[in-house]
Design a protein around this ligand. Structure first.
Ligand code: UDP
Ligand code: MG
Length: 324
């Protein structure tokens, strides 16, 4: 294993050509001032502007800069996941490329991980420089996330976060899950999660890459994360329980209906035909749903057995300074 540096800064970027030189400059200044050994991993998420040319130029100028380029836009989660796989440092920082996060926060984040022994420290943009259409829904979502996940954070989606090496090597993020990294970390056993108020700045160049759909998708993702994390080891526990309950309920009702009929026939009373009773059909539906749920549980178990952990596989077309 190559020796670990003090810090690795992972930056996902999508069409951020103007911001990059300033960002790299600033990060390097902070690192040198504090005497950290470091690397900066720029993950170009399929930019269509000149970002990759800028990354290559920066890589030639500065030995600490590494870069990989995706063949297309896979999303911020894919970019972070790839950065995490490459990072070789005791503390890994993620930050956005758009200069909204300040590199001056890095030394304190590093100290919290190293000295206060946090697994993960998330930034909190207490004072935000974003439009109200973003900040108000975001308050609501952070509240819901915090309640559902049981993690006391004010700002789950903050791009500026710090992680212990073991954490980034043991979690995978895919889809749009970058908003829930603290939740994923917690479910993987990294429970010491902290928060630091960080300085937030207005976007200087370029435009935001996420619209309002982030809130709908975000909520669906929260459900998936919570569900998958809770039942990923044994989906059968979830589907099997529901399936058994539904099956049992249906069977009991059917038995009662048939028993009723038999008793009436035995007593010579007038018995209503079983198929004329709505309850009988409801019971059938319950039995069928129960069987289906069982089967879904088995299929989910099979998938887990066959695929094991879900891996992010993204096609990287070019690299600078990254050795395989
Ligand atoms: N980003 C990315 N891939 C995408 C969208 C965004 O790598 O598909 C990067 C983007 O370049 C930036 C960071 O993710 O570095 C955060 O994006 P943005 O600033 O647009 O989000 P906001 O600050 O509006 O939440
Ligand atoms: Mg931004």
């Amino acid at each position: 294993m190559p020796e670990l540096k003090d810090l690795s800064v992972v930056v996902p970027l999508y069409n951020e050509e103007e911001s990059l030189p300033e960002l790299i400059n600033w990060i390097s200044r902070v690192m040198q001032k504090h005497g950290f050994t470091y690397e900066i991993i720029l993950v170009d998420d399929g930019s269509t502007d000149r970002s990759w040319e800028v990354v290559k130029a920066l890589g030639n100028e500065n030995g600490a800069v590494k870069g990989v380029k995706f063949n297309r836009n896979y999303g911020k989660s894919a970019a972070l996941d790839t950065g995490f796989k490459l990072a070789q440092a005791e503390v890994v920082i993620t930050m956005d490329a758009d200069l909204q996060d300040s590199p001056d926060e890095i030394p304190e984040l590093y100290r919290m991980i190293k000295e206060e022994k946090y697994d993960l420290v998330s930034g909190w943009k207490q004072k935000r420089y974003d439009p109200l259409s973003k900040t108000i829904p975001s308050k609501f979502f952070n509240y819901v996330n915090s309640k559902i996940s049981g993690i006391k954070l004010h700002d789950f989606n903050c791009g500026l976060k710090a992680y212990r090496y073991e954490v980034v090597k043991n979690i995978s993020i895919y889809g749009e899950m970058h908003r829930y990294i603290p939740v994923i970390a917690k479910w993987n056993g990294f429970k010491k999660i902290g928060e630091k108020v960080v300085e937030h700045r207005a976007r200087k160049y370029g435009v935001t890459k996420f619209g309002l759909e982030r809130f709908i998708f975000g909520f669906l993702d929260l459900l998936s994360v919570t569900f998958v994390s809770r039942f990923k080891k044994s989906p059968m526990h979830f589907f099997g329980t529901l399936g058994t309950l539904s099956f049992l309920l249906g069977s009991i009702i059917t038995v009662v209906i048939i028993a009723n009929k038999l008793i009436k026939i035995y007593r010579g009373e007038l018995a209503r035909s079983v198929t004329e009773q709505p309850l009988f059909f409801l019971a059938l539906v319950a039995i069928i749903i129960g069987t289906q749920l069982f089967l879904v549980g088995f299929l989910a178990e099979l998938m887990i057995m066959v695929t094991g952990r879900r891996k992010g596989e993204y096609l990287i077309t070019e690299k600078v300074g990254v050795v395989d």
